[in-house]
Design a protein around this ligand. Structure first.
Ligand code: FES
Length: 85
């Protein structure tokens, strides 16, 4: 068992199974399994999932469309939100 998305605890076998069920894009997998939606926002799993999709669908990795990237949620001090001009 190889964990691909550590934030959402998703294994390679689970991803391959979903691809075989017809979820064949990064967005499909994101919506059905929450991969790339964890605390790291896909930093730890995005490339691995693209490789699995490429391998399973037999298409070049460059053709795998990446989901929208959002920066990770990180607490900031209130003072950072105050305009100091
Ligand atoms: S490892 Fe997948 S969202 Fe963090």
């Amino acid at each position: 068992m190889k964990i691909i998305c550590r934030c959402e605890d998703v294994t390679e076998e689970e991803i391959v199974q979903k691809i075989k069920e017809g979820y064949q894009t990064m967005d499909d997998l994101k919506r059905i399994m929450r991969v790339t939606m964890g605390l790291c926002q896909g930093k730890g799993c995005r490339k691995h999932i693209a490789k699995i999709l490429s391998r399973e669908l037999n298409i070049p990795i460059e053709e795998i469309v990446q989901p929208t990237y959002r920066p990770p949620v990180k607490p900031i001090p209130i003072s950072a939100t105050i305009d100091k001009t």
